[in-house]
Write a protein that binds this ligand. Structure first.
Ligand SMILES: CC(=O)N[C@H](C=O)[C@@H](O)[C@H](O)[C@H](O)COP(=O)(O)O
Length: 226
């Protein structure tokens, strides 16, 4: 199932250090997101994807985060990671499509194999316009601003809210659906993304990470009481 135009996709992810880590909590998050009107789910790891697949019929963008000190790429670095996520029930495979070194085959081959051997759409996480163009040329179905602020070249962007300029540039340059993802943490920013031509918007932390949401409120409380 594809991600439809105008979709609000909710990213349901919690790392091992998060009290909500684990498939039971992530499946409940996905059900809550669906009940709230979400049109898609992004999820990490085969266990979470299996549980979410059982909980909802919404399209799932599945990723597999694999950390390896030798390589900067950790979002679905290799074909085996993609195959596991597809087998778990993901409709669409999300991956790091930057040109950075990865533990696996070159990204162009990875994209081609996911499409032909797994029969899945590819959701390309990138950080720059050039990477977006390359991902499209390699056959990505969707191109998303996910990694802006998280690569060496773009770290300066991280403290600055979502990368609306990159979003706009991708929309102008590419004939494929461009998805806004990364620090879209208010309804107003979601509306702004659509105004700038986004096909869909993915929201994670601001909806599904109560620890980080609590921190924001606590900071406000502390600033007031200091
Ligand atoms: C850089 C990276 O690894 N991003 C990850 C990708 O899956 C997630 O940690 C983000 O939560 C997701 O992209 C949604 O973004 P935000 O949580 O800002 O709404």
């Amino acid at each position: 199932m594809p991600i439809l135009k105008g979709a609000l996709v909710v990213s349901c992810q919690a790392r091992a250090d998060n009290p909500l880590h684990g498939p039971v909590h992530m499946a409940a998050m996905a059900r809550a997101a669906e009940a709230g009107g979400a049109s898609g789910i992004r999820a990490n790891g085969a266990e979470d994807v299996v549980a979410i697949r059982a909980a909802t019929a919404l399209p799932i963008i599945g990723i597999s985060k694999v950390w390896d000190d030798r390589f900067p790429v950790y979002i679905t670095p290799g074909f085996d990671d993609a195959a596991q996520i597809a087998a778990a029930g993901a409709d669409i495979i999300g991956l790091d499509a930057t040109g950075r070194p990865r533990n696996g085959e070159p990204v162009e081959r990875l994209i081609a194999r996911i499409r032909t051997e797994l029969g899945r759409e590819v959701f390309a996480d990138i950080a720059t316009l050039e990477e977006g163009r390359a991902a499209h040329a390699h056959g990505a179905t969707y191109v998303a601003s996910t990694l802006s602020g998280y690569t060496e070249e773009t770290t300066a962007r991280k403290g600055e809210g979502p990368d609306l300029e990159l979003l706009e540039a991708l929309v102008a340059a590419l004939p494929v659906p461009v998805v806004a993802e990364g620090r879209f943490d208010t309804p107003e920013l979601v509306a702004e993304a659509f105004r700038r031509g986004a096909h869909a918007v993915v929201v994670g932390t601001a909806i599904t990470n109560p620890r980080e949401i609590t921190k924001k409120f606590v900071r406000a409380a502390q600033a007031w009481t200091a």
